[in-house]
Write a protein that binds this ligand. Structure first.
Ligand code: RTP
Ligand code: MG
Length: 139
């Protein structure tokens, strides 16, 4: 299996709940290494640019406003099968439908305030990592 990198964001709801460490611990105990990280308070422009693929969707405005409502913790995770592994640890988009023991089942309140973001494939992972860590390819 290939070693991959994926982009993860701990969203404003989970940062406000003070569970960054608990979520990091799940990455670490499941073989995902944090190879870059930074905390940021995104502007609407930055959040909108990040979620540009969703710009025609009815939930786009709420998503952008939520993602810029408070600080987020952004990280690059590395490990075998990291993209799918992270999505598995996150659980379904709607926490009501997320499997027991997943991050969203344990820390998310609603489909809007759903604790974490994770890249959904190799192409998006590449673009999303470059969006927040433009200099990462230097190491
Ligand atoms: P994410 O991109 O944040 O990791 O979430 P995801 O892949 O599980 O879900 P995605 O379809 O990419 O949607 C991005 C975010 O938009 C919000 N959303 N709301 N009301 C709705 O039907 C709806 N659908 C999506 C969610 O907050 C989701 O995380
Ligand atoms: Mg997505």
């Amino acid at each position: 299996m290939a070693v991959e990198r994926t982009l993860s964001i701990i969203k404003p709801d989970a940062v406000a709940k003070n569970v960054i460490g608990k979520i990091y611990s799940r990455f670490e105990t499941n073989g995902l290494k944090i190879v870059a990280s930074r905390m940021a308070w995104l502007s609407e422009r930055e959040a909108g640019g990040f979620y540009a693929v969703h710009k025609e969707r009815p939930f786009f405005k709420d998503l952008v406003s939520f993602m810029s409502s408070g600080p987020v913790m952004i990280q690059v995770l590395e490990g075998e099968n990291a993209i799918a592994k992270n999505r598995e640890l996150m659980g379904a988009t709607d926490p009501k439908k997320a499997d027991k023991g997943t991050i969203r089942a344990d820390f998310a309140d609603s489909i809007d305030a759903n604790a974490v973001h994770g890249s959904d494939g190799p192409d998006t992972a590449k673009v999303e990592i470059a969006y927040f860590f433009p200099a990462l390819n230097v190491f």
